[in-house]
Design a protein. Sequence first.
Length: 160
Amino acid sequence: MKLAEALILRADCQKRIVQLQQRLIRSAKIQEGEQPPENPNELITELEAVSAELADLIKRINQTNSQTPFGDGTLSDVLAERDILRLKRGAYDSLIQAASIRQERYSRSEVRFISTVAIAEIQREVDTLSRDYRELDAQIQALNWQTDVVEGNGNGGASR
């Protein structure tokens, strides 16, 4: 299985767990004399199975990421870099939004707000971070479709 496929399966498991949680909540309590919409014990069994599948996928994905070369490091290293790019971009974008708020003044006696940062300069930084993120993400996605996921062998280790 390719890494990209494992990532898709991981997302699917995460969605299934959320859906099972919602179904369990709907079936957790009923009015006396009624039947639950679904058998909670069967849902719990399914939740346990999907959770075990997700845990296995996450371990295998993490092992694969730490063993896959990327540039001067590993795929894990570059994923951390990509996460930082996203966080910085979000922080700068929030700063721009906060500094750009325009308030209508109806008289000279009302308080006037001014920006304390150079919005255009920060916007250029956001644009650069966005471009860097897109380029790095495209490289990661390409590698994900070329990389085989390590096989789980039941003892926490992995082989390639």
